[in-house]
Design a binder for this molecule. Sequence first.
Ligand SMILES: Nc1ncnc2c1ncn2[C@@H]1O[C@H](COP(=O)(O)OP(=O)(O)OP(=O)(O)O)[C@@H](O)[C@H]1O
Ligand SMILES: [Mg+2]
Length: 251
Amino acid sequence: MGKAYAFVNQKGGVGKTTSAINLGAYLAEAGKSVLLVDFDSQGNLSSGIGVQTVKPGIYELISGQAPIGETVRKTAIPGLSVIPAGIDLSGAAVELIGEEERDFFLKKVLAPVRKKYDYILIDCPPSLGVLTLNGMAAADAVLIPMQCEYFALEGLTLLMDTIKMIKKGLNPPLTIAGIFFTMYDSRTLLAQDVVKEVSAYFKDRVFTTIIPRNVRLAEAPSRGQAISLYDPHCGGAKAYQSLAREVIQRG
Ligand SMILES: Nc1ncnc2c1ncn2[C@@H]1O[C@H](COP(=O)(O)OP(=O)(O)OP(=O)(O)O)[C@@H](O)[C@H]1O
Ligand SMILES: [Mg+2]
């Protein structure tokens, strides 16, 4: 059975979506079968990987209006598929609140395809609300992208507490696959300090690969392309390729 990872960080704009797309692309390029799950009503992952029509997508899937087969799209990259999301997913978040099994909807709908993919990558929204809880309940492990700034450290403490809570209740086997740094600018002392401090505390749970700030990574989604197609030789591409290698090695 493959592994399901949730990209989680309640802080917005830290690189969750960019990382899900590009890690997914390089895992697929390494011969793995990969399913990206857009679980954010912003739909950034969907547009970023070039999906034009988001219906039927994850909302129709979790609300029982469409079978999973109808929601999965192929992408331009062989081996990389995606279940898209759109703004209607924010409605689902509200509808779910009242349900008894509200934290297990995603887990339930993904169960039939768990064997089909080597990796399922779930892109969560920037909050610790019901969608992110569903993401962590459905996953084997969390991947935490982190921007190298001071407030990121405070956010990380809150996130770790939440993960502990999830392990006690919703999903005891959940593990932390790792923390990795994004949008790193080696010229700033603060970035170096944050990397040092987080690495000293979380030790081998921090990935060796650091994703640099790289304008090509920010441009690629406007073309609906992963960086492996948009500019495979840029620094950002090499970094995500290296992250994919690390994820495969760590198992
Ligand atoms: N390494 C990078 N270098 C430069 N720009 C980047 C990098 N990674 C991400 N970006 C850009 O930063 C912005 C935020 O990235 P992204 O959307 O991946 O974050 P996010 O955590 O998914 O955000 P949200 O919390 O809103 O879902 C985007 O405009 C993206 O293109
Ligand atoms: Mg995002």
